[in-house]
Design a protein around this ligand. Structure first.
Ligand code: ATP
Ligand code: MG
Length: 257
């Protein structure tokens, strides 16, 4: 695997340690036929550039909802969400799309690759949206193909790949634009332990090179690849612990009781 060279034009090189995300007392509910489900309940959270934050918690506690909110794929009902000084609640759809495009890469549990496109074409797709020139697209795609160790499968369709290989392609697609923030919802959820370790090591390496990572996981052992872990219960944070002293955190520790 090779290291990254910075080259996508709108990568902003935000300095490590500055606040990227602030959630102030946010809530998100889903109204069903008869009941209202409170997925996020008055949550506050600060995430700094350079953190690798793991999110743990039982099924239904709001982990994916939180990730979708952070990625501006879902809205909040109450509170304030600030992303790099933008008040997301007061932004327009096109401003949010721009923020997503410029700063965020997604990795989903179910890979979400496009079946009809080859590995190479799947990875290249975000670069079209960034209007990167053809020669530069080829260079960037080659670089990440080698980085995630999938270059030998570049012309295959996703269906011809193993789960671990598909997830590596999904990671390549998420990082090819060199995003400041990588959001990963159970990135190893469909993988065996050998492939999981490979993915976790790759995420850790990306974090050490400067990417901020927010990862939902069901595997408590995976939090050790990160710098901080929060635990959710009933739509709120019940524990907030630093894993290592890589960066200074000011968030208070709370405990589930
Ligand atoms: N689109 C939706 N419509 C209605 N209810 C929803 C919707 N999305 C989430 N919910 C509800 O909100 C709560 C939180 O869901 P969420 O998907 O965030 O949980 P999770 O912690 O990611 O769970 P899991 O570990 O099973 O993935 C759940 O009770 C869920 O049923
Ligand atoms: Mg989920």
């Amino acid at each position: 695997m090779v290291g990254r060279q910075k080259s996508v034009e709108n990568n902003t090189h935000i300095p490590k340690g500055i606040i990227m995300i602030t959630l102030n007392n946010i809530s998100r509910s889903f109204i069903g036929d008869e009941v209202e489900t409170v997925a996020i309940d008055d949550m506050s959270l600060t995430i700094k550039k350079g953190e690798f934050l793991s999110i743990l918690g039982p099924s239904g506690c709001g982990k994916s909802t939180l990730l979708n909110v952070l990625g501006m794929l879902d809205h909040i009902d109450q509170g304030q969400f600030t992303f790099l000084k933008t008040n997301v609640g007061q932004s327009t759809e096109s401003q949010r799309a721009q923020l997503r495009k410029q700063h965020i890469g997604f990795i989903f549990q179910s890979f979400n690759l496009i079946d009809e496109l080859t590995v190479e074409q799947n990875i290249e797709l975000p670069l079209y949206y960034h209007k990167v020139a053809k020669a530069e697209r080829k260079r960037l795609v080659d670089e990440v193909l080698h980085r995630v160790d999938i270059a030998h499968r570049r012309n295959h369709l996703p269906a011809k790949l193993s789960g671990g290989q598909q997830q590596r392609v999904a990671i390549a697609r998420a990082i090819v634009t060199q995003p400041d923030l990588i959001l990963a919802d159970e990135p190893t959820g469909n993988l065996d332990s050998k492939n999981s370790i490979q993915i976790m090591e790759l995420l850790q390496q990306l974090n050490q090179e400067g990417s901020t990572i927010v990862m939902v996981t069901h595997a408590p052992e995976h939090v050790n690849y990160g710098t901080r872990v929060i635990e959710l219960l009933d739509g709120n944070i019940c524990k907030d612990n630093q894993i290592s002293s890589q960066i200074e955190l000011t968030t208070a520790e709370v405990s589930c009781a």
